[in-house]
Design a protein around this ligand. Structure first.
Ligand code: NOJ
Length: 546
């Protein structure tokens, strides 16, 4: 196979030799906290604000720059908080507004910024607006906040169109007076009607509520949803129960990526800009191709959009290079910041995606090394720094609505509560004797923070080292990436004085023609061989090419 040719890419708001001119989020490492799975202070089996606050010193020591918290608002928890019943409060299960404020203040003291999830496509069916819509009946202004329609068929007994829920089954549910309401997700997540100006006003007010409290920004849930094509046309049904990511990225659907969303983001841009401190927002937008993605990050819209390429890629040098090239192709034309993500709360953990057991772990660590070498923002999913694998959650413990609606394989396996310490569950996730909301595998004793802390070569120490080097070298790294000509099976890139080489092949590789082995900064596998110029399979290394 021909060796890849060198190519140069340049990232965001570029050519910033002048690191000081860059905004905090342009190089930030974000750490995603799935709130119910992180740390449980009160022992009810669910993580909470006080739990997060208690672990902030750990996060500061890890070396991340910012947190992204998944929804913690009052919610019936039909989709673990992505079904919001009150956008301006904290669910009592997770604490109080005062607990949130205390956690935020402590994070800021430690130099950690905090962004929170905003869920604008749908609310919970237990939100007062939806309850009012049910009570007020057809044709009322209350109903006009959601997408209610009469059904088809002689007596309206058929849904208004053939749309399917992302979680499986029909996207419509009938109410007692005969009308139907739309829910692109679970039936307990009715979609707002964003054509109604009241919705836009309400969300501006919600953003301001949290910005006033001091949050540094937002992750926007289903940012490519919200607007629906006029007339709600039928679709060609091709969906065959793939995962949520497949359903979220069915690009031809008339409920995704409609032009109206961009007016909303222009408005939100102004809202964010009206606050001090470079507040930001990142879109969860599963859209097709570079151009569509770039529209979300135009200079008067959002600061970032997640780039899900890596979630869909195999363990392969060509694919890893393609991920980077396609990402740059998307952001370069609009001068936006690239983002990188290998794992999140919706997909199998990347350690498991890339292989079984020790091989998967080795590959996962190597992929993380490549991600953290790149310019732009990296999003780490809690537990990734411990090398946690996907868990096979026993059927009787399953909780994810996608499991029950048949729309996927279920996402519980990447949401198992974190192991902090001790040799038996709850592994310090909650107080002794408490029962985490999902069972933790016994073998996680070996993966706990306590077990890995200070242990050379552990995944936790590897992440710490990489984050420290990244931070130390940042002023000299710049935003340009150049691929080096590398032997088949390898991907090698240079960013300023940092060179990262990953061996995705199945044989030892001599890298001494590419780099000076003695300039090794960190390797994701055994050091010794790497120092001698040999990069074993499933291993990555960083070198100082100053
Ligand atoms: C995307 C979120 O990441 C996912 O967890 C959630 O189920 C859906 N949006 C619906 O809000």
């Amino acid at each position: 196979m021909a060796a890849p040719t060198p190519a140069r890419h340049s990232a965001p708001h570029d050519d910033s030799k002048d690191q000081a001119a860059r905004l905090w989020w342009q190089d930030a490492v974000f750490y995603q906290i799935y709130v119910r799975s992180f740390a449980d202070a009160d022992g009810d089996g669910l993580g909470d604000m006080a739990g997060i606050a208690s672990r902030l010193p750990y996060l500061a020591g890890l070396g991340i720059d910012a947190l992204w918290l998944t929804p913690f608002y009052p919610s019936p928890q039909a989709d673990h908080g992505y079904d919001v019943a009150d956008y301006r409060d904290v669910d009592p299960r997770f604490g109080t507004l005062a607990d949130f404020d205390a956690m935020l203040a402590r994070a800021h003291e430690l130099g950690i910024r905090v962004i929170i999830d905003v869920v604008p496509n749908h609310s919970s069916d237990e939100h007062p607006w939806f309850q009012a819509a049910l009570a007020a009946g057809p044709g009322s202004p209350e109903r006009a906040r959601y997408v209610f329609r009469d059904g088809r068929g002689e007596n309206g007994e058929e849904p208004p169109n053939n749309w399917q829920s992302v979680f499986g089954g029909p996207a419509w549910t009938r109410v007692s007076d005969g009308q139907w309401y739309l829910h692109i997700f679970d039936r307990k997540q009715p979609d707002f009607d964003w054509e109604n100006p009241e919705i836009g006003d309400e969300f501006e007010s919600i953003l301001r509520f949290w910005l006033d409290r001091g949050v540094d920004g937002f992750r926007i849930d289903v940012a490519h949803g919200m607007f629906k094509a006029p007339g709600l046309p039928d679709v060609e049904l091709t969906q065959e129960g793939g995962g949520i990511e497949e359903a979220l990225s069915q690009h031809d659907r008339p409920y995704w990526d409609q032009p109206g969303v961009h007016d909303v983001y222009r408005r939100w841009h102004k809202v964010l800009a009206s606050y001090p401190g470079d507040r930001m927002a990142v879109a969860e937008a599963w859209v097709e191709g570079a151009e569509a993605m770039a529209r979300y990050v135009r200079s008067d819209e959002l600061q970032q959009a997640f780039n899900f390429h890596w979630l869909e890629s195999e363990w392969s040098a060509e694919e890893f290079r393609r991920v980077v090239e396609e990402t740059f192709a998307a952001v370069e034309p609009v001068g936006a910041t690239p983002t990188w993500v290998l794992s999140n709360h919706d997909v199998d953990r990347h350690v498991t995606r890339f292989g079984e057991g020790a091989v998967g772990l080795a590959r996962g660590r190597a992929a993380s090394a490549m991600m953290l070498a790149l310019p732009g923002s990296a999003y780490i999913y809690a537990g990734e720094e411990l090398g946690l694998p996907q868990v096979e959650v026993p059927e009787e413990h399953r909780q994810d609505p996608t499991w029950f609606r048949g729309g996927g394989v279920g996402r519980d396996g990447c949401r198992v509560p974190l192991p902090w310490s001790g040799d038996a569950p709850p592994f310090g996730f909650g107080p002794e004797g408490s029962k985490p909301w999902l069972p933790q595998p016994g073998e996680w004793a070996e993966l706990s923070v306590e077990e890995q802390q200070g242990v050379e070569g552990s995944t936790l120490e590897l992440y710490r080292t990489m984050l420290r080097i990244r931070r130390d070298l940042l002023p000299e790294l710049g935003t340009a990436v150049e691929f080096l000509t590398a032997p088949s099976g390898l991907v090698a890139l240079r960013r300023g004085r940092l060179v990262c080489v990953v061996n995705c092949g199945d044989a030892d590789a001599d890298v001494s023609t590419l780099v000076d082995p003695e300039a090794l900064l960190v390797a994701t596998g055994e050091d010794k061989q790497v120092r001698e110029g040999t990069l074993p399979p499933d291993t990555a290394a960083w070198y100082d090419a100053a």
